[in-house]
Design a protein around this ligand. Structure first.
Ligand code: NAP
Length: 263
């Protein structure tokens, strides 16, 4: 299937590692011109050079914090200057701290809203007017399976990602007539550094070896294994393609069947 991504310009936020990096690499393989950001420049440079080597395509990168609206604006401006336009944007950020209600300070609540919700707003504000001018665009928000079934111990994620889902669904309504689709993709347990950190924390809290945590997660998944980042990236790549032209306003899980709901 030709996804029609050759020459499309794609921004992938928070993409030096993990899910974001896998999405950037897959888009590069499909012939898109890709721009990535994250805070650590050395990690970004490594990611960009490995994607460049694998795909032969130029990768544009800038080190920035996605909670800084002014830096997000400068980044999107720079991508447009470099590649001529912006067709695709995948929003992403690090995960908020894994804590229960009484452990979370008000400062942590505010920081998590900045990281998880407002970072997506900052990118959407920059890219949607540009896509509207071109009468074509794809916006994908990365959230979590927690938007369909809350995960114990991840209160900030369970609460604030629901707001991102509401944002994406409403943007889908507002921008559909401009040829822009907006969808939300919800990863399940996927083998990245974030998952290692969560396993370490849960193992410490429960005084068990981290392998026990991985076993517990795996036992809850009908497919009986954790996901590889590439399996998540495959769905995002399809959703931002020409071929997904009538998929709009959805939240799709890539969780091996972990969420037990019917829809
Ligand atoms: P990861 O492996 O820890 O990678 C996170 C990426 O985001 C890194 O490139 C990191 O680079 C960048 N980043 C973090 N904070 C940033 C910030 N403030 N500004 C710019 N870049 C930032 O995480 P992941 O597993 O790919 O997860 C991505 C998102 O999906 C997270 O929100 C996570 O909670 C969520 N999620 C993951 C899973 C899973 O199983 N992996 C499941 C459900 C949901 P720098 O540190 O250099 O900035």
């Amino acid at each position: 299937m030709d996804l029609g991504l050759k020459g499309r310009v794609a921004i992938v936020a928070a993409a030096s590692k993990g899910l974001g990096r896998a999405v950037a690499a897959e888009l590069g393989r499909e012939g898109a011109q890709v721009a990535i950001c994250a805070r650590n420049a050395a990690d970004l440079e490594r990611a960009a050079s490995s994607i460049r080597q694998a795909t032969g395509n130029a990768i544009f990168w800038q080190a920035l914090d996605v909670t800084d609206a002014a830096r997000v604006q400068q980044f999107v401006d720079a991508v447009e200057k470099r590649f001529g336009r912006v067709d695709i944007c995948v929003t992403n950020a690090g995960g908020p701290p894994a804590k229960t209600f009484l452990e979370i300070s008000l400062e942590e609540w505010r920081a998590a809203v900045e990281l998880t919700l407002l970072s997506a707003v900052y990118f959407a504000r920059e890219v949607l007017p540009r896509m509207r001018k071109n009468k074509w665009g794809r916006l994908v928000t990365i959230t979590s399976m927690a938007v369909k079934q809350p995960i114990d111990g991840l209160l900030l994620s369970n609460s604030i990602r629901a707001a991102v889902t509401g944002l994406a669904r409403t943007l889908a309504n507002e921008f559909g007539k401009d040829g822009i689709t907006v969808n939300n993709v919800c990863p399940g347990y996927t083998l990245t550094e974030r998952l290692d950190e969560l396993a370490e924390k849960q193992a410490r809290d429960a005084s068990v070896p981290r392998e026990k945590i991985f076993e517990r997660w795996t036992s809850q998944i009908p497919l009986g294994r954790l996901a590889r980042p590439e399996e998540f990236a495959a769905l995002v790549t399809f959703l931002v393609s020409e071929r997904a032209s009538y998929i709009n306003g959805t939240s799709i899980t890539v969780d091996g069947g972990w969420v037990r709901s019917l829809l």
